[in-house]
Design a protein around this ligand. Structure first.
Ligand code: 4AD
Ligand code: MG
Length: 432
């Protein structure tokens, strides 16, 4: 027999259940007490009548304060008006811990700073609950997909001696007496070592960028899934990204309809996320953007506003390919036809969300890669091991990295990335 919970309450119809959780709201007429109860798996209303409860238990109910922890007992009834479809006819009640009468988060509108200061409590709110549950589905969908595609989980280090994605956004720290360490910006370079042993690998963990920008898309600590595969080139690399994103959206649509409804997400927009995605070269993207009024230069990177403009043109994600080499990382392989462009892509999410994935084929020639490191003004010594990978059995290979919070934000339709991670780290926020 499954353990009863709000999420499985339907299988206990007509039966008496006992559940422990929290009181998130209540009101009383003096004779009938309506308790909004949540147990982590969901929310349900418990209705008590004074005539059916002992005096002590009724007194406990009347003393109740928001977010107290409680145990309820009652009979499960169908209720078509309730979002869960059920209601509990209360038979017994007890308080585990009575909260004081000053729970900071009320129904009235709080500003974002107030809510972020109370993030440890805000996480209990319905929207936040829904977002984190969608995040969990996305994480699981990713693991499932990667395993099915033959990738093994290969954990990259967080403390590193060198930069992966450029030196301006590095968190630096003292590493014992003499050395400096940097918090990883992406596990990619280590995955490139991994594929020479395992063929296809992925990592999934926190990465760090000292982003000075205060935007709705940037965190200083966020979760990245990097994937890397040997004998895979640019086109196939994009196909994997496309299939992964389609799979993630499908799993969320299959498992989180209730959460998406709570978030008032337009589900029809997610239902349109099907292969094939749109492909634009950077060159064509610039032409389109200029027609739309952007002042982007021919060899400029796309700004956030440019990405937003482009994504409004299509209802599917967009691959922007073959960026000018000077706006991308040193490790990207050059396009053999247009040698001043790279065999790389960004993947932009629709509805204005913009970049969710960055990927590329990697430079696999020892001498060329060495020269790129020098050209980018990077020191050779910390990259000696990375160059070794091109010395001993180099192969064509490619990979990509997704930003988990960017994907959660897009799928949930949040305004700001700070709601998509349990405890956001921003340029001006390190607490709670
Ligand atoms: O495009 P990026 O910088 O690519 C890399 O780091 C590659 N090494 C990945 C790889 O090829 N294995 O970052 C990848 C993704 C971006 O597309 C974006 O979704 C996310 O990481 N991202 C951020 N998310 C939140 N806050 C930030 N400051 C982010 N910077 C990048
Ligand atoms: Mg990028």
């Amino acid at each position: 027999m499954p353990k009863s919970s709000v999420s499985t309450i339907g299988s206990f119809l007509g039966q008496t259940v006992t559940l422990s959780g929290w009181a998130y709201n209540f009101r009383s007429s003096g004779k009938i007490f309506f308790l909004q109860f949540r147990d982590g798996t969901g929310r349900i209303q418990v209705v008590y009548s004074k005539s059916q409860l002992s005096e002590d238990q009724w007194a406990a109910l009347e003393s109740l304060k928001m977010e107290s922890s409680v145990t309820i007992t009652g009979v499960v009834k169908q209720d078509d008006r309730a979002p869960s479809g059920y209601e509990i006819d209360g038979a017994a009640f007890s308080i585990i811990q009575l909260a004081p009468d000053d729970y900071p988060i009320s129904k009235k509108d709080h500003g974002p700073d107030f809510l972020l200061d109370h993030r440890h409590l805000w996480l209990r709110s319905e929207r936040q609950w829904a977002i984190q549950r969608v995040r969990d589905t996305i994480i699981h969908a990713t693991y499932d997909f990667m395993r099915e595609e033959g990738f093994i989980k290969f954990d990259s280090p967080i403390l590193t001696p060198n930069a992966c994605e450029g030196t301006t956004e590095l968190f630096e720290m003292d590493y014992f007496e003499e050395a400096k360490a940097y918090l990883s910006q992406s596990g990619q370079l280590y995955l490139e070592a991994g594929i020479m042993s395992f063929g296809r690998v992925f990592d999934f963990g926190p990465v760090f960028r000292a982003e000075k920008s205060k935007t709705r898309r940037h965190l200083t600590e966020f979760w990245m899934m990097d994937a890397e595969a040997a004998f895979v080139e640019h086109e196939e690399n994009m196909q994997t990204q496309e299939a992964l994103v389609v799979r993630i959206v499908q799993d969320v649509l299959a498992k989180n309809r209730g959460e998406l409804a709570l978030l008032e997400r337009d589900v029809s927009a997610l239902e349109k996320i099907q292969a094939p995605f749109v492909h634009l070269t950077h060159k064509d993207a610039v032409v389109r953007l200029r027609e739309l009024g952007s002042d982007i230069g021919e060899r400029d990177d796309l700004g956030a506003d440019d990405e937003t403009l482009l994504t409004k043109l299509y209802d599917r994600p967009i691959f922007v390919e073959k960026y000018p080499s000077e706006v991308k990382a040193f490790y990207m392989k050059r396009d053999p036809v247009e040698t001043d462009r790279v065999l790389g892509n960004d993947l932009l999410a629709p509805e204005g969300y913009g970049e969710i994935i960055g990927g590329s084929q990697r430079e696999d020639d020892y001498e060329i890669l060495k020269q790129r490191i020098i050209d980018h003004g990077l020191p050779l010594e910390p990259f000696a091991w990375y160059l070794d990978l091109r010395k001993y059995g180099s192969v064509p290979h490619a990979g990509f990295g997704y930003g988990l919070e960017r994907i959660v934000g897009w799928i949930c339709g949040t305004q700001h990335i700070r709601e998509t991670i349990p405890f956001p780290r921003l340029i001006n926020r390190l607490t709670p």
